[in-house]
Design a protein around this ligand. Structure first.
Ligand SMILES: Cc1ncc(COP(=O)(O)O)c(C=O)c1O
Length: 416
């Protein structure tokens, strides 16, 4: 049903939420109201239909409202959504067991929270507790969230500088450079945190063998290796977890986004028995009121089952190659404007020669019914991150709309 409240809602954003963001959304042509979503499709309040190629920044790997996940959640909702906190919680135990079975290496124990940044906070705390060493190494342009701890390891000044001083002993090294890691480790280093593919940094794939080298170096030096798989896991890169590609098991893994099946907000960090031992002496040393609630962990279990039963990672791998190929055709046609099409599985990025071309292409794609957005740490790159259940027909549509948007942008902004 049509709803004509866009202007009213916009006014409320200006008055009660985030005026500058509201204005930005308006000029970007994104001030309609999201209204309904199903599979890869989103409808706005005027009944316009969009193909979702943003996937909620990596939340909707299983599409919007996957029926099996919805049904498991409704069933639990009618029994007990939140934990009374006094008895054991069966959905949480089942979700943790399945995560332990599916994740690579020796990861076994889970702590469930409510968002990505919260999971990163927990991971950093666990690494500190285990090593008792304050120095953390992170990567330039990496993105791990915006609360104080995770912001301290997020590598973009525009988000960091206004809040400094953050955690004091953090060193940033180039992403993908194992030698830089080796050189940055000191006596005081306890932790290295890294994304297997940098997402918000602009969808950057490291050289083959990088994670293997990271694992070897951190093991040799007694440094905890945290893999931030918040955006890369749950099939996105063509593997259930991106670390699997090189058979690498980190000491700690961080998950969120698609972990809640695209329906509920959930984050988690997992650790090996060795590292998790650090939590043993004080049972309530790290807690969260809502974390691990039965509703959210029911969603996790249902999502993991869909991941395996529907071979979602393989779908992402095959569809990713097709979509990349479609995007590459346009890149070949406009080499003066598009620097590169890159990515892994259905985690794809298109780098333009400047942010103006990226922004205009993004807006024109939305105007033409395909939702995409630029990456948070690199506005020259638009990310193409659809649900992993995207069909062949939809992939062709994305390719056509991308070509149209780029050619209109080139006409509008001209060349150099
Ligand atoms: C790799 C990575 N880590 C952490 C986060 C932060 O997650 P959240 O926004 O749920 O706090 C993000 C969000 O984009 C992310 O991509």
């Amino acid at each position: 049903m049509e709803n004509n409240n866009s202007e009213l809602v916009y006014e409320k954003y200006l008055k009660y939420l985030n005026p500058s963001l509201a204005r930005l959304m308006k000029v970007s042509g994104c001030a309609n109201l999201e209204s309904e979503a199903s599979g890869c499709t989103i409808y706005d309040n005027s009944g316009n239909r969009y193909l979702d190629c943003l996937g909620g920044y990596g939340v909707f790997n299983f599409g919007h409202r996957h029926p099996k996940i919805v049904s498991a959640i409704i069933n639990q909702l009618n029994k007990m959504p939140l934990s009374a906190k006094i008895f054991l919680n069966e959905p949480q135990a089942n979700a943790a067991e399945m995560l332990a079975q599916l994740t690579p290496g020796d990861l076994q124990y889970s702590f469930f929270g409510n968002s990505g940044t919260e999971a990163v906070e927990g991971a950093l705390k666990l690494a500190r507790l285990y090593t008792r060493k304050p120095h953390i190494i992170a990567t330039c342009n990496g993105y791990h969230g915006k609360t104080f701890g995770s912001l301290s390891v997020t590598g973009r000044d525009v988000f960091r500088t206004p809040f400094e001083p953050l955690l004091q002993e953090v060193t940033f090294i180039p992403f993908g450079d194992a030698n830089a890691l080796k050189e940055a480790i000191t006596e005081k280093t306890g932790t290295f945190i890294v994304e297997p593919v940098q997402g918000e940094g602009g969808v950057i794939v490291p050289p083959a063998g990088y994670l293997t080298a990271v694992r070897e170096i951190t093991k040799e030096k007694g440094v905890i290796f945290i893999a931030d798989e918040i955006q890369t896991a749950m099939g996105r890169t063509g593997y259930n977890f991106a670390c699997e590609e090189e058979g690498v098991g980190p000491d700690i893994m961080v998950l969120a986004k698609a972990l809640g099946g695209g329906i509920l907000p959930v984050g988690a960090f997992l650790g090996t028995p060795e590292v998790w031992n650090a939590f043993e002496p004080v049972p309530l040393i790290h807690t969260s009121t809502f974390g691990g609630n039965p509703l959210a962990t029911t969603a996790v279990l249902a999502a993991l089952k869909v991941l395996v039963e529907e071979d979602i990672a393989e779908k992402a791998r095959i569809s990713g190659l097709k979509l990349k190929n479609e995007l590459q055709k346009t890149a070949n046609e406009f080499p003066a404007f598009i620097k590169e099409v890159r990515g892994k599985g259905l985690f794809l990025g298109v780098e333009f020669v400047d942010a103006g071309y990226a922004g205009s292409t993004m807006m024109k794609m939305v105007e033409n019914g395909v939702i995409v957005a630029y990456t948070l740490n690199n506005p020259k790159v638009i990310r193409i991150e659809p649900p992993l259940i995207i069909t062949e027909e939809e992939i062709i549509t994305v390719g056509e709309v991308f070509r149209k948007a780029v050619s209109e942008t080139v006409k509008l902004l001209g060349g150099y």
